[in-house]
Design a protein around this ligand. Structure first.
Ligand SMILES: NC(=O)C1=CN([C@@H]2O[C@H](COP(=O)(O)OP(=O)(O)OC[C@H]3O[C@@H](n4cnc5c(N)ncnc54)[C@H](OP(=O)(O)O)[C@@H]3O)[C@@H](O)[C@H]2O)C=CC1
Ligand SMILES: O=C(O)C1=NCCCC1
Length: 343
């Protein structure tokens, strides 16, 4: 690894320098070089794209989790070729992204030959944004959908206690002109990371996002974090989607439901120990070569009815801005990263 020196002032960082800095942090806290590289690219990519709830904000959580012994930063995923359209990976109590990386080649090969392929990851920890897992498939002309479950903090619609995780769903599809169509959303009214950020900033949340420890509606993020819980987005509809994520990411993969793991013996552990499912489709097997044209037509029509912003537009705008101007971190955030990296 060639480390580009990272300055200690508030000058913006280029992407590669941020990746190297984060690699140092992961390596210093016991991950293998492959895992360090994979997680550093993922986390720096989120920061570059302005996905702040899953950018460098997450690094202290990764570090405390690695220190706690909850996750194996050196895990070597075990890939199983189980059927013509099915790949299974045991992440071996490691992170989900290296498990996806290990199975990716086989997954794409199967999707291209069978038209569709499923990747079931179990025994894995996902602490990141989900869009980086699906977006690259769309740049290769494939459609991808992924779900991952997290930790119990969401009250199912109509229930009175939390059970589900914040359980995101990410989708990516190619289009003829421009970047792929990508969305990535928590099935809770707000991601847990954004509640933490709001609590730190002393901001109040919009109504309908969470309840306090007595189950009463609250807009105070601290009340949600200290014994309270989140609500699903869209009432019974988001709740049904969150239930689906539990079924696909945990029951179908052999991973834990959000309520099944107990990290109480690992103080500092933050990463949910669950599962993840990916479905990859080769659209050329269905609609022929026309899919990207058809998705472009849909975008054209959406713009035609006055839509200014598609899901993913903000990220791509921020990505271009970061490429032109660099990635700006708060001085204390940068200082903390350098300290964690031992630089
Ligand atoms: N690993 C895990 O277990 C978990 C991870 N997460 C992650 O948290 C992140 C944040 O999730 P969440 O807070 O739900 O995301 P947001 O609500 O911020 O955004 C959800 C999606 O909607 C798009 N979007 C937002 N506002 C608009 C708008 N006004 N018009 C059009 N599109 C819009 C976003 O695009 P754009 O990105 O361009 O703004 C994005 O694709 C995700 O990356 C998710 O994967 C969440 C829960 C658990
Ligand atoms: O923001 C969230 O919600 C989560 N992100 C990472 C994993 C735990 C839940």
């Amino acid at each position: 690894m060639t480390a580009t020196p990272v300055s200690s002032n508030t000058e913006p960082l280029d992407f590669d320098s941020l990746v190297v800095l984060l690699e140092h942090v992961f390596l210093r806290h016991g991950t293998s070089t492959d895992v360090a590289r994979t997680l550093a690219l993922n986390c720096a990519g989120a920061e570059r794209d302005g996905a702040h709830s899953h950018g460098v904000f997450r690094i202290p959580g990764y570090v405390s989790t690695l220190k706690s012994g909850w996750v194996n930063g050196q895990a070597v995923p075990v890939v199983e070729d189980v059927a013509s359209g099915f790949v299974r990976v045991d992440a071996a109590n490691g992170f989900a992204q290296p498990a996806l990386a290990a199975a990716r080649g086989l997954l794409v090969e199967k999707a291209r030959s069978a038209g569709i392929a499923v990747l079931a990851i179990r025994n894995s920890h996902h602490f990141a944004a989900l869009w980086p897992d699906v977006e690259p498939f769309a740049y290769e002309g494939l459609v991808a959908l992924s779900v991952v479950n997290s930790m119990t903090c969401v009250v199912p619609h109509g229930a009175d206690r939390p059970l589900f995780g914040t359980n995101p769903i990410a989708f990516a599809a190619p289009r003829a002109d421009g970047d792929p169509i990508v969305f990535d959303l928590a099935t809770s009214a707000i991601a847990h990371g954004d509640v933490q950020i709001a609590a730190r900033k002393g901001e109040r949340l919009s109504p309908g996002m969470g309840v306090d420890s007595l189950g009463q509606p609250t807009q105070d993020p601290k009340a949600i974090l200290e014994g309270g819980a989140l609500l699903p987005f869209g009432g019974h509809k988001g709740s049904a989607l969150s239930m689906m994520v539990e079924l696909l990411a945990a029951a179908l993969t052999g991973g834990n439901f959000s309520f099944e793991f107990d990290w109480s013996n690992h103080p500092g552990a933050k990463t949910p120990w669950t599962g993840q499912l990916l479905i990859v489709i080769d659209p050329s097997k269905a609609a022929g070569q026309s899919f990207a044209e058809r998705s472009q037509e849909l975008v054209r029509q959406m713009h035609g009815v006055g839509l200014k912003r598609l899901p993913g537009d903000r990220r791509h705008h921020q990505r271009a801005k970061s490429a032109a101007e660099g990635i700006r971190l708060e001085p204390e955030v940068l200082a903390n990263l350098r300290e964690l990296a031992g630089l």
